[in-house]
Design a protein. Structure first.
Length: 475
């Protein structure tokens, strides 16, 4: 064994000479170091110039959506494609991506939203559905939902056309009522033009496609079907079969943040499924299941005061993941460490078809939030969001193998200012996370996309700025 020490010294000396001699020779005539002198990298691409809110794999490529105007120096309105080597926009010129702010009018005043993509899903034929809050896809008018076939943008039926008509009708009625009021009373209330009941947000927050190609859209919209029966009180979710928009059952109350489709056609919806009033059937709570004819509750749980809050998670669900064996994972915002009997689901829980159970021991503390989940074919679940583990370390990404949590990397940057909103796991084992990562001691500047590869984190900067490589080994 002692004879190995001199050999190691010789190898080290040869390595240093290999890099140092070319750099020294180059530096005599050029202040810029050649590629041979640069430290080894992981071929880190440039990233987006704005927040990333959604990810999906389609046709072997990675699609990202959010609120940005360029990725890797390529003009891309709020959605882009990564082929493993470079970034591409969806459409060219003024047909690029989705945009144009959605316009809300209330009390005679117009409010414009910031265009964004919040949900992505893939059809069996490889088409990509894009949902969010925008008014245009390419040259097409689009009320928060559009389809990309790989070459062109297309509409998805008459999604929310009825809602648009109802909003216009309400506005016209409000303006008429205001004119009648002014004809009777010449002194209008200060600062008020007319009273309107227009919804203040109509976002598409979740998309899922079943094996037969049926698209389900969830969010905060109310009227997305092509037609309604008189007694329909639909909200939160709608279904597109390729010909017409309908509402599964009577929809679900509240806001849908997550959707996932099972191979047998069942669809799970998670979110804040509570509008303040009881509905029939009662799907209050956090997770509900569409079984083809009706919505049903998924288990029961209680809040910290012992009062039943309905199905699934005891707080808002932001993400769902379904394993090949049928196990459903639901994650979102934790409530409290003072759990009561029946309150098994704190920040992340699993449903085995009969009951909810917590993912532990250890792992996640209360008052943190998981915004994204991704399941792999071998039964592992990746979780990301605004996280802290049981020993207080602030993390971006965790992996659950069915028995325990593993931390991928450590603490950078501070979770109080940084949040992961989207997550994708590639067949190669690479993991991409999107969100907003503010600067910290080891991470100068602001990043919106990061990659976990070869047990290292690479934070992708905007074009023209160096990427940041942080070697944070898996624990």
């Amino acid at each position: 064994m002692p004879c190995l020490a001199p050999l190691r010294r010789v190898c080290l000396l040869l390595t240093l000479l290999r890099f140092a001699l070319p750099c020294a020779a180059w530096a005599l005539g050029n202040p810029t170091l050649p590629d041979l002198c640069q430290p080894p990298t992981l071929n880190i691409p440039a990233g987006p110039n704005g927040v990333v809110l959604a990810m999906v794999r389609a046709r072997g490529d990675l699609y990202i959506g959010g609120s940005f105007t360029a990725v890797g120096g390529v003009a891309a309105r709020n959605v882009a494609r990564w082929d493993g080597h470079r970034w591409h926009s969806l459409g060219t010129g003024d047909e690029n991506g989705v945009g144009e702010p959605y316009r809300y009018t209330n009390y005679g005043r117009e409010r414009l939203t910031t265009p964004s993509v919040r949900a992505l899903a893939v059809a069996p034929n490889g088409d990509v559905y894009v949902g969010g809050e925008f008014a245009q896809a390419g040259h097409l008018a689009a009320a928060g939902l559009a389809r990309w076939d790989g070459h062109h943008w297309g509409a998805v039926g008459d999604f929310r056309h009825l809602e648009e008509d109802l909003i216009s009708a309400r506005e016209a009625q409000a303006r008429h009522s205001w004119q009648v009021y002014l004809s009777r009373f010449n002194t209008p209330p200060p600062g008020q033009h007319h009273l309107s009941t227009v919804p203040q947000n109509c976002q598409v927050l979740a998309l899922a496609v079943t094996a037969d190609g049926t698209l389900y859209a969830g969010g905060s919209f109310q009227y997305a079907a092509s037609a309604y029966f008189a007694d329909t009180t639909a909200s939160g979710v709608a279904r597109w079969d390729g010909h017409v928009w309908t509402v599964p059952g009577q929809g679900v109350p509240g806001t849908v943040h997550a959707l996932v489709a099972a191979p047998d056609g069942r669809v799970y919806a998670g979110g804040d499924l509570w509008s303040g009033e009881r509905t029939e059937p009662d799907v209050r709570g956090r997770v509900a299941c569409w079984q083809g004819t009706a919505w049903s509750t998924i288990g029961t749980s209680q809040n910290n005061n012992g009062a039943e809050v309905g199905a699934g998670m005891p707080s808002v669900v932001h993400a769902l993941a379904l394993l090949p064996n049928g196990i459903l994972y639901a994650a979102g915002r934790g409530e409290s460490s003072s759990l009561t009997p029946g309150d098994t689901a704190n920040t992340m829980a699993r449903w085995n078809g009969h009951a909810w159970s917590a993912c532990g021991p250890g792992g996640l503390q209360p008052f943190v939030t998981i915004y994204a989940l991704a399941a792999t074919a071998d039964g592992q679940v990746y979780a990301a969001g605004q996280l802290a583990d049981s020993v207080g370390a602030r993390l971006r990404l965790l992996r659950w193998n069915g028995r325990r949590w593993r931390r991928l990397g450590h603490v950078q940057p501070d979770s109080a200012t940084c949040t992961v909103r989207a997550l994708a796991v590639l067949p190669t084992g690479e993991v991409y996370v999107g969100g907003q990562f503010a600067e910290g001691p080891q991470l100068p500047g602001t990043h919106f996309l990061a990659r976990w590869k070869a047990r290292r984190w690479a934070y992708l900067r905007e074009a023209g700025e160096p990427a940041t490589l942080i070697e944070l080994r898996e624990r």
